[in-house]
Design a protein. Structure first.
Length: 256
């Protein structure tokens, strides 16, 4: 397949999948139910955190988690007492349980105190460092700065250890990208889409390898850098806009 033919294929898939009617069963549909930026951020972060496994199960459990937070994620994160957080102990999504949920709320709270937010943290750190990989590492250190169960650390991937950080990169895509399709939110205006890395999972990696966009066999951070660099040849300003192109094609059986 020539460069132009591959570009045309990616664009065809982009038109097919990067649209609101594709996201009904996708975790990004959950933060779309909110309008306040802080609610979108927190609901998006939590939905992305549990985004592995069956998509319908992810969406269902994300809604359940938010219902345990009174469907007011910002207010709950900032103000819930220890007693009010106890119902979260009933939550479970695969290996992410209620103990993890409470730990995540406690870890999120300092970001939002005194008028702050995750978005302000990522923006400040990106403008200072100029490389999202470094920001991901610093964010994880800050997130787990206070006391927390050791088991909870596995639910926030470590780029310093070479992890692909699929869920974090997916969350960043939601918050940073903006186009006229109505899928991603584009809340963080001071971070360019060119700084993002592809959320690498079994679908995007498999289709990427089939198309010659990815040669590395392991789905780790080096693979993320490789496939994102390949996609920059087709759109250097917004390479991860092809995320749904690869993901959707994989879901629809392009590899079969």
């Amino acid at each position: 397949m020539t460069h132009d033919e591959l570009h045309d294929l990616l664009e065809t898939w982009h038109d097919r999948y990067n649209r609101p009617d594709f996201i009904a069963d996708d975790p990004i549909s959950v933060p779309h139910e909110f309008s306040r930026p802080e609610d979108i951020e927190i609901s998006g972060f939590l939905s992305a955190t549990i985004a592995w496994g069956n998509r319908k199960s992810i969406v269902r459990n994300a809604h359940r988690l938010l219902s345990l937070m009174d469907n007011a994620p910002y207010d709950f994160t900032l103000n819930a007492s220890e007693r009010e957080m106890l119902p979260l102990l009933d939550f479970v999504h695969r290996t992410f349980n209620g103990t993890d949920a409470i730990a995540f709320i406690r870890a999120l709270r300092p970001f939002y105190e005194n008028g702050g937010s995750i978005g302000k943290f990522f923006t400040t750190e990106y403008l200072a460092r100029g490389e999202m990989r470094e920001v991901l590492a610093v964010f994880r250190l800050r997130f787990f700065a206070s006391e927390h169960p050791l088991r909870t650390e596995k639910h926030l991937s470590s780029v310093a250890k070479g992890a692909a950080c699929k869920r974090l990169n997916m969350f960043l895509k939601w918050m940073v990208r903006h186009d006229d399709r109505g899928v991603d939110f584009g809340l963080w205006h001071d971070i360019p889409a060119s700084a993002l890395y592809l959320p690498l999972d079994v679908h995007t990696a498999g289709v990427g390898r089939a198309l010659g966009l990815l040669a590395r066999r392991q789905n780790d951070w080096r693979a993320v850098e490789e496939i994102t660099a390949s996609l920059r040849h087709f759109d250097p300003t917004d390479p991860v806009r092809y995320d749904f192109s690869l993901f959707g094609a994989g879901m629809d059986g392009f590899m079969k």
